[in-house]
Design a protein around this ligand. Structure first.
Ligand code: SF4
Length: 182
């Protein structure tokens, strides 16, 4: 029984990572499409965990991402909802969605510069105001800036090679969905 839904809310992203999973052969084609938010909420009933990802939802569609997280948590209070980000537009957007979700999976990408680092430090500061969440950090080995971590914010920190198309596959316990109206 699969317990996790990975939901691609958007494929829009300002970066052009050479290793973007969405460019790997067959990945997007393998995703089940949904057109309306209420369809995804209905399908989510069978899962214990939903991972909202992209693209970069907190740049392309922060209001929709927050609405989706809110409706999922409201409909299924015991469900864990996580958000995948490597960038976001505004402090207010992140503060709003942090009220609802169970944690953020934050990535510092190979192409990241000082602006990414600044946003990351802002996020760490913000996250201290929302205790009880489970945040994970992945630092790409080619991220070129030194990173200082705030104690108590991260439940897991990883620095390891990115999986290429030959090694990357959806875990056995996950289903992949994509929002068609993006
Ligand atoms: S930040 Fe993520 S979604 Fe955007 S291009 Fe890089 S790997 Fe792809």
């Amino acid at each position: 029984m699969k317990d996790t839904a990975r939901v691609i809310l958007t494929t829009k992203c300002p970066r052009r990572c050479s290793y973007c999973v969405n460019e790997y052969p067959g990945v997007l084609e393998s995703a089940r499409q949904f057109r309306f938010m209420h369809d995804m909420v209905r399908m989510a009933e069978r899962y214990q965990v939903v991972c909202l990802t992209g693209g970069e939802p907190m740049i392309a569609m922060p209001e929709h991402a927050t609405a989706m997280a809110f409706v999922l948590k409201h409909s299924y209070p015991n469900m864990k909802v996580y958000l995948y980000v490597s960038a976001y537009h505004s402090w207010d957007d992140m503060a709003e969605i942090l009220k609802v979700i169970d944690g953020v999976h934050y990535t510092l990408h190979a192409s990241g510069g000082m602006e990414d680092l600044g946003k990351f430090y802002l996020f760490q500061d913000m996250a201290r105001g929302y205790p009880g969440k489970s945040h994970r950090l992945y630092i790409h080995p080619h991220f070129l800036q030194d990173v200082t971590l705030v104690h108590g914010v991260w439940s897991r920190v990883e620095l390891k090679p990115w999986l290429g198309p030959e090694d990357c596959c959806l875990p056995d316990n996950e289903d992949l969905y994509i929002w068609r109206d993006q």
